[in-house]
Design a binder for this molecule. Sequence first.
Ligand SMILES: Cc1cc2nc3c(=O)[nH]c(=O)nc-3n(C[C@H](O)[C@H](O)[C@H](O)COP(=O)(O)OP(=O)(O)OC[C@H]3O[C@@H](n4cnc5c(N)ncnc54)[C@H](O)[C@@H]3O)c2cc1C
Length: 462
Amino acid sequence: MISPMSAVVIVGGGPGGYEAALVAAQMGAHVTLVDSDGIGGSAVLTDCVPSKALLAVAESATQVRDSGALGITGAADAVGVDLAAVNRRIRDLAGAQSRDTAERCEREGVRLLAGRGRLDGPGAVLAELADGRTERLEADAVLIATGARPRVLPAAQPDGQRILTWEQVYGLAEVPERLVVVGSGVTGAEFACAYQALGSEVLLVSSREHVLPGEDIDAAQVLEDVFERRGMTVLRRSRAVAAVRTADGVEVTLADGTAVRGSHCLMAVGSVPNTEDLGLAGAGVRTTDGGYVEVDRVSRTSARGVYAAGDCTGVLMLASVAAMQGRIAMWHALGGAVAPLDLRTVSSNVFTDPEIATVGYTQADVDADRVRAEVVTLPLATNARAKMQGISDGFVKVICRRGTRIVIGGVVVAPKASELIFGLALAVEQRMTVDEVAATFTVYPSLTGSLAEAARRLRAFD
Ligand SMILES: Cc1cc2nc3c(=O)[nH]c(=O)nc-3n(C[C@H](O)[C@H](O)[C@H](O)COP(=O)(O)OP(=O)(O)OC[C@H]3O[C@@H](n4cnc5c(N)ncnc54)[C@H](O)[C@@H]3O)c2cc1C
């Protein structure tokens, strides 16, 4: 434990870094934050914030396009998208969010340095600043929060025009006519959904049997059905090995030798950690074979006084987890009360249409007997509010432990599932029983009514 008034140096200004900086400053430490690309990090500038802003536009376009089914005339066929304007707005709002975050850090007393940081032994950081100077910063505690970047296949080099990473799509001036999305994980699925709604013909190349291999299988099935019903082509068990430009677009070669063509290609084949050239080995910080920094549940690395948070640790690549790891690191380093990171209480969301939100234990855990639990799934099609809003796809799923009836997990597949999951997340975090959830009033009519209804049905198992 070190005392407040200590010197803390943070390398990387994404959610892992800036949230840690705010906590450390609040606890009275002298905090310096070195960042190379803008406060807010990839989360704010290239990944999370811009992609969710794009998906918000896509959602609006879909709502207008589907409004005919509710009896609204004149709108459905008139939807058009000015992608140059959409992207300008997105870049502006991401930039503004970055500036807001930087201003907040400075207001709270954090010293911000623009440049690249690297460890100079475990107790110091060498900062090569954007203005050409170099500063050596002594530290009682160092936090590495340098994030990750898109993985690039050697035979599919992005050119920023036709072959794109998810960081480059905000430069597009027109909606791609035919977009090949390579990768059907969360990022691939979100972009496939967005561009289809914006008017692209989308071909999704999935190396697995189903899209979203890491998610609830029933939820993934709903999404796949919706994608295909709207006209998307999903190529299953197809691994892309190369992408090259042609005279008027791109050609993507699959592992079986066949090729698919499009006007553009978006590569979403995972991330690699930004952990090269950080002086980690010299400072005694161990990394995994994949280059991720090894950390324990209070964000300690193998080097005394050096902590790490966020995507560079590969623990769970979410902005919310990065931020929590960063805060935990500072609470631990500065002697505050600290509970170790508990991934079982993390709620996460896939921002497709419909959204897929999850928390806690999964159906796969139950099926594999990793936990003895009961599961109730209720389709939204029977929910009164869903009928009024014209929602026919989606469900809620609640998982409780056998015996104690404590809620240990759940899934919501619905518009705004990211908001609806909070009730279940609260139940999981607070170890509430299905009785307690069932006894809680929900608004009538509401989608949350289905959550309480699922809890009521789980009581019936006793
Ligand atoms: C397309 C996409 C959408 C996503 N959407 C969501 C979402 O909706 N919700 C969610 O929770 N998560 C989302 N994520 C994940 C989320 O963006 C990451 O988990 C989050 O950015 C991790 O934060 P971080 O602080 O670890 O790193 P980052 O946000 O990557 O920030 C790291 C910063 O460190 C800087 N840096 C790197 N090396 C150095 C160095 N040597 N010196 C100084 N600075 C350095 C980088 O330039 C960057 O500014 C999404 C990811 C992607 C790819």
